[in-house]
Design a protein around this ligand. Structure first.
Ligand SMILES: Cc1cc2nc3c(=O)[nH]c(=O)nc-3n(C[C@H](O)[C@H](O)[C@H](O)COP(=O)(O)OP(=O)(O)OC[C@H]3O[C@@H](n4cnc5c(N)ncnc54)[C@H](O)[C@@H]3O)c2cc1C
Length: 457
């Protein structure tokens, strides 16, 4: 086989691309992974600092019912540990700061609490009925896909606080305003991640555990297993020529031209549009990719000499529907050697943050840390405020969200191979879409597609 010819070329070395490459290579296929950035991991990026600490700018939590990520962590001897659940959470809302014990519903006025509980139950029941594989075949799919989540919440919830508390988890999950997300997508996404309750919680939820070494640790291990020759960093794919559909596909970068039997794209959906396809992708596929904008998100990381809030009987969680930082969590290392709190600023608040100077952002973040954890909270030894919104190879974060009407008009193009080109990436997964687990599932599914067709030829 000529040097630059492979069974499969994988575009993107995030969890989706790396999982596809691992599965194919373990099944005897020759692979090449082409990655635009100077590192693997994509939206999982752990920065190791000179003082021995590390910060996760992207994904870090593992959740309940995520067998593939846990299998990988165990395969590479990466320890996982629980996010602390002992102690009270803090609720900041309408100028008041209250401590509470409940894992899900915070101390709202009684009518707000009843309202939110009722709306949540209705949502969960509807979500359980969605068709995961083909959401466009769900009963009343068209109606649900043209109704925004904001409209639905407005109709179902009759208190201000109920509305606010239903809005917050969704904004945090997608980094999108709920007026830009269809009810069908909301129901589908929550079922893909078990339920809205699971997606919003630590205890037996999506934010249950952390990996020692950070969210990128497993990706680094896969890269090592594949070998340096198999993963080309800093080599973005610029063009794909698949006109010789009966023979092969040609993949071009600024550094080389490669030929493969199959190609798997494992990048965020809108980023695929940067690549020049010959012949062009079908219009429906292009429209789908254009209709899945990436979310708007900032992540803050505040480091302290120790997790001092634990001594105050707090678990490090702060929930704030009307603050800039909607949610904070304790992500201190397993040995508690130092303390770390992360926080998320999502959707329209993330856009407002873009308009500010770094000094203005720091002032707000320190104020909110202080309000959540007392004066010590406002004095971290290090503060990082980061966003992947303007990173060329992510285009936003944490996930691409289809606009209302997209699932029912273009949804069938999400995974459908086009000639020799296959589609992975967390957004294409029917299980844990939007999460590392979903990325791995999508990579394994795309690898299975490639093996199935190659086995026949
Ligand atoms: C701030 C933040 C917090 C998050 N928190 C969590 C969490 O706690 N738990 C969780 O499970 N998930 C979390 N997520 C989501 C999670 O990061 C993603 O779902 C997952 O990492 C996506 O993996 P992927 O492989 O599908 O895509 P990506 O990780 O985006 O990988 C795609 C890769 O393709 C590369 N690429 C793009 N274009 C090209 C090109 N033309 N040529 C070559 N390479 C290209 C990119 O550089 C990138 O490396 C978070 C995300 C963010 C941003």
């Amino acid at each position: 086989m000529p040097t630059n010819t492979y069974d499969c070329i994988i575009v993107g070395a995030g969890y989706a691309g790396l999982s596809a490459a691992k599965a194919l290579s373990e099944n005897g296929k020759s692979i090449l992974v082409l990655e635009a950035r100077d590192r693997v991991g994509g939206r999982a990026w752990t920065k190791h600092l000179d003082d021995g600490t590390y910060e996760d700018y992207g994904a870090m939590f593992l959740g309940v019912q995520q067998p593939n990520m846990y299998k990988l962590a165990s395969e590479y001897d990466i320890r996982t540990y629980d996010v602390p659940l002992q102690g009270k959470s803090v609720f900041r809302y309408k100028g008041q700061t209250k401590k509470y014990s409940s894992d899900l519903l915070p101390p709202l006025p009684i009518w707000g609490l009843i309202d939110a509980g009722r709306v949540l139950k209705t949502f969960e029941n509807m979500s359980a009925k969605v068709n995961l594989e083909e959401p466009w075949k769900t009963e009343n799919a068209k109606k649900l896909d043209h109704q925004t989540l904001a409209e639905w919440v407005r109709l179902k919830s009759w208190t201000r606080s109920g509305k606010d508390i239903m809005r917050l988890p969704f904004e945090l999950i997608w980094g999108a305003d709920i007026s830009q997300v269809s009810m069908l997508h909301a129901l589908w996404y929550c079922k893909a991640g078990v339920s809205l309750t699971v997606l919003s919680t630590n205890d037996q939820g999506a934010q249950m555990q952390l990996m020692v070494g950070g969210g990128q640790a497993v990706a680094n291990c896969i890269q090592k297993q594949l070998g340096s020759g198999a993963v080309h960093l800093e080599e973005p794919v610029t063009a794909v020529d698949h006109q010789d559909e009966d023979e092969h596909v040609v993949v071009k970068t600024a550094k080389g031209v490669y030929t493969a039997n199959r190609v798997i794209f494992a990048t965020p959906p809108p980023i695929i549009l940067k690549v020049d396809f010959t012949p062009p992708l079908p219009t429906q596929k292009v429209k789908l990719l254009e209709s899945m904008p990436m979310g708007k998100y900032w992540k803050i990381m505040a480091t302290y000499s120790k997790p001092f809030w634990r001594e105050m009987g707090l678990r490090g969680e702060v929930v704030s529907p009307d603050g800039y930082i909607g949610l904070m969590n304790d992500v201190s290392p397993i040995d508690g050697e130092y303390g770390m709190v992360i926080g998320f600023i999502a959707a329209s608040k993330a856009l407002a943050f873009l308009e500010m100077t770094q000094q203005q952002r720091e002032k707000i973040v320190l104020q909110e840390l202080g309000s959540g954890f007392g004066s010590e909270g406002g004095k971290p030894t290090r503060l990082s405020i980061h966003s992947m919104m303007n990173e060329k190879w992510s285009g936003g974060c944490p996930v691409g969200v289809p606009l209302p009407g997209t699932w029912t008009s273009l949804g069938e193009w999400v995974r459908k191979p086009i000639g020799r080109v296959h589609w992975a990436g967390t957004e294409t997964s029917t299980s844990w879409s939007g999460y590392m687990e979903g990325a791995v599932c999508s990579g394994l599914r795309a690898a299975a597609e490639v093996m199935a067709v190659m086995g026949k030829k």
